[in-house]
Design a protein around this ligand. Structure first.
Ligand SMILES: *Cc1c(COP(=O)(O)O)cnc(C)c1O
Length: 353
């Protein structure tokens, strides 16, 4: 860090922590005592502060609400057996936030402000990082427009914030997915590779239709021919065909997941043959017909690894063998062990608070 940043602190008199039942935490509904806030005013990030988590007031004409300049990140912190707080590749989240910011015509946030705010918030609220097996603190950094203005142009003022939620042990049940060939998540030249709020809003309606047909999630396909696999709602996708690992290349329409990059790297180190490129839906379906499609799974911070039990394609369902998930389970175990500090991290990915 080049200089020591000044972060003001206005802390709660009494923590809400004693009221929380860590054995029973609903996902995304319980928030820690504090949040980090920074404002971008007159071309500068100022007023870095830690304050009580709570509502804030916004102008009815706040530009983020009307024109959608709003981006976010998602990451997790874990507690090891000695009570240390561990983060997984946090600077990659800071850098991705800035790539999203550029695409949405928003100011970049210096990585040291991101890291100092994150670190200070976690130090203050470290009691909120749960230590039961499988639990974590989910962290949500985000930035949005703050101008009060009606008219289409980039806002001049912005706010960056971080809040956090303890999350319970997440048993990721296998999911059923439908190959989506009508609606598009992201088109070439669009905002698919930015973690921009609007991408998720536009995916809700097609996802709802998929759920009405009995599928948990969608597999998005390319916006031009609907022939090539892109990703799922908040997960990148991986396929094991004939003992080799396939994943769609980052084409500009796919969110560059940090879990994805980590999984591909580790698989390669294990000697798995990894194919990153265009992946046609037909290739996957044909592999299934020939009995060569062994595993399908999504990867992302929220779930780490989520198995796909069934793929719906053109009215037909293709089941996957849930008793044979060797590679995805090896990956899930590996990442669980390094994230909780039970196994040495040889990549420099796990950062101790
Ligand atoms: C956040 C996200 C992912 C996963 O990214 P991670 O960095 O691994 O958490 C994948 N796809 C979409 C659309 C996402 O928003």
């Amino acid at each position: 860090m080049a200089e020591t940043l000044t972060i003001s602190e206005n802390l709660v008199a009494e923590s809400r922590l004693p009221q929380v039942d860590f054995n029973n935490i609903p996902f995304g509904r319980v928030y820690t005592d504090h949040m980090f806030v920074a404002d971008y005013v007159n071309g500068e990030w100022t007023d870095l502060r830690i304050v009580e988590y709570g509502n804030m007031s916004l102008s009815p004409a706040n530009m983020a609400l009307h024109y959608g300049q709003s981006i976010f990140e998602g990451m997790k912190a874990f507690k090891d057996e000695e009570g240390n707080v561990l983060m997984f590749r946090p600077e990659d989240n800071a850098k991705r936030l800035n790539r999203s910011a550029v695409r949405m015509c928003m100011p970049e946030l210096p990585v040291d402000i991101f890291m100092s705010g994150l670190t200070r918030l976690l130090e203050i609220d470290r009691g909120w990082v749960p230590n039961l097996p499988g639990t974590a603190l989910y962290i949500r950094p985000y930035m949005f427009a703050m101008d009060e203005y009606v008219g289409l142009k980039p806002s001049q003022n912005y706010r960056f914030m971080i809040f956090a939620c303890p999350v319970g042990a997440y048993y990721s049940e296998p999911v059923s997915v439908k190959v989506e060939e009508e609606f598009t998540r992201a088109a070439a030249g669009g905002t698919g590779e930015a973690k921009a709020a609007g991408n998720y809003a536009s995916s809700l309606y097609p996802a709802k239709l998929g759920q009405q047909q009995g599928y948990d999630q969608l597999i998005w396909t390319d916006g031009i021919e609907h022939k090539y696999i892109e990703e799922a709602g908040t997960m990148n996708l991986m396929f094991v065909i004939d003992n080799e690992l396939y994943s769609p290349a980052l084409s500009g329409t796919i969110l560059p997941g940090i879990t994805r990059a980590s999984v591909l790297q580790v698989a390669e180190e294990w000697g798995v043959k990894v194919h990153v490129g265009r992946l046609a839906v037909e290739t996957v379906i044909n592999a299934h017909r020939e009995g060569k499609l062994q595993e399908v799974f999504g990867v992302g911070t929220a779930v780490t690894v989520s198995s796909v039990s069934k793929i719906g394609y053109r009215g037909e369902d293709f089941e996957l063998d849930m008793d044979n998930r060797a590679l995805s389970q090896k990956i899930a175990t590996y990442f669980e062990e390094i994230r909780y500090g039970r196994k040495a991290d040889s990549h420099g990915w796990v950062i101790k608070l």
